[in-house]
Design a protein around this ligand. Structure first.
Ligand code: KG4
Ligand code: ZN
Length: 343
């Protein structure tokens, strides 16, 4: 049996996990930095890097203890080498390289986006090729996942990522950080049809996204409602959150539909959704209907494996290891690292 230890530290989650080739997660130790960043309404890179450094040792020790393993039992070390906030990526890469050198283990430099892209193979045994909607705080893309390391970009955002739009909407509404789950919770009691918001890019021939116009529209709406009412009340907050979420689900559905029908694909096995925003129930429900229309199963990992985690990094490392795609200790942490050859 092959066992890989993964390390993730590219944004605001420090995580260490251990997976095996039977698609089992043997341990998952994770520390979120919500408290550290909450006061700023977003991730502060310098604070993030220091927090990774403060937590990573304990998480490594806990992961091994939870799996009842020692470093000697690990076959390879997989670490996020980018893209991400460079200070955080450096912390993970430094620890990963140290463990690989000390334990004389192979090391695999994993692209964080590949971790998200291959998660449905860990959770659902997805087979290639599949269509992937990758929606996170930093990325918003549609990809054809053809094989490990073989991705074709179909569409991407021209401005903001979808998670970023959720976070911005939450901030404008005075909701807590991180914004995605807060908007989803506020939307639960709201009227999704109360406010009509713009749907940028809708109906266009390509499969790209844009969310900056929607963000501006939400800001203007909030300013107008605050002026009209004196202050936002709970009903207005819920109705704006619900209207925003409803609009986003419509936009994403239309864009995925466009992407699926605009070209011929090799016989797809599934429509997969990955990245933090894939944890959103309303988005999942909308995409389920759409997948059925295209006669594809919808594959979404459980929420804890949609948001950043190290199991996905360990898994991507394991997939690479099986193909002999290992690295040497000379690789550098990267702030930018596109996943697809064409983007
Ligand atoms: O994949 P991820 O954990 O980190 C990045 O690689 O960016 O994604 C984080 C993003 C954040 O913008 C967060 O607000 C969003 O995913 N998110 C959600 C939900 N949970 C997390 N957005 C909408 N609904 C959710 N339930
Ligand atoms: Zn991510």
């Amino acid at each position: 049996m092959t066992v890989v230890l993964g390390i993730e530290s590219s944004c605001d989650e420090t995580a260490v996990a251990i997976v095996n080739d039977q698609r089992q997660i043997l341990a998952q130790a994770l520390s979120s930095q919500y408290a550290e960043h909450a006061a700023y309404g977003g991730v502060v890179p310098e604070i993030a890097a220091r927090a990774h450094l403060a937590h990573i040792d304990a998480l490594y020790t806990r992961a091994l203890a939870d799996a009842r393993l020692t470093l000697a039992d690990i076959d390879a070390i997989a670490v996020t080498a980018g893209p991400g906030l460079i200070g955080g990526v450096m912390v993970g890469v430094m620890v990963g390289k140290a463990l690989a050198a000390a334990g004389k283990k192979p090391i695999i430099a994993v692209n964080h986006l590949e971790g998200h892209a291959l998660t449905v193979r860990l959770t659902n045994d997805a087979q290639f090729p599949y269509f992937l909607l990758l929606v996170s705080g930093g990325h918003c893309q549609m990809l054809l996942v053809q094989n490990v390391g073989d991705y074709a970009l179909i569409g991407t955002t021209r401005d903001d990522a979808l998670g970023e739009a959720f976070d911005k909407c939450a901030k404008l509404l005075g909701l807590s950080y991180p914004g995605g789950p807060a908007v989803e919770a506020a939307a639960r009691g709201g009227n999704p049809l109360r406010y009509a918001l713009p749907m940028p890019m809708r109906g266009t021939e390509h499969a790209d996204f844009s969310f900056s116009g929607l963000k501006t529209a939400v800001r203007l709406l909030i300013e107008a409602e605050a002026k009209r009412m004196g202050a936002l009340n709970e009903t207005i907050i819920a109705d704006i959150a619900a209207s925003f979420q409803h609009t986003v689900v419509e936009i994403v559905g239309e864009r995925v539909s466009r992407a699926l029908s605009m070209r011929e694909y090799p016989s797809l096995t599934a429509l997969a959704v990955a990245g933090g925003v894939a944890a959103n129930q309303a988005l999942k429900a909308g995409l389920k209907t759409l997948a059925a229309e295209h006669e594809l199963p919808l594959l979404v990992a459980p929420p804890a494996l949609c948001t950043d985690n190290a199991a996905m990094i360990a898994w991507a490392g394991l997939e690479r290891l099986r193909l002999g795609k290992i690295d040497d200790l000379s690789f550098e942490p990267r702030a930018r690292w596109p996943l697809a050859a064409n983007g």
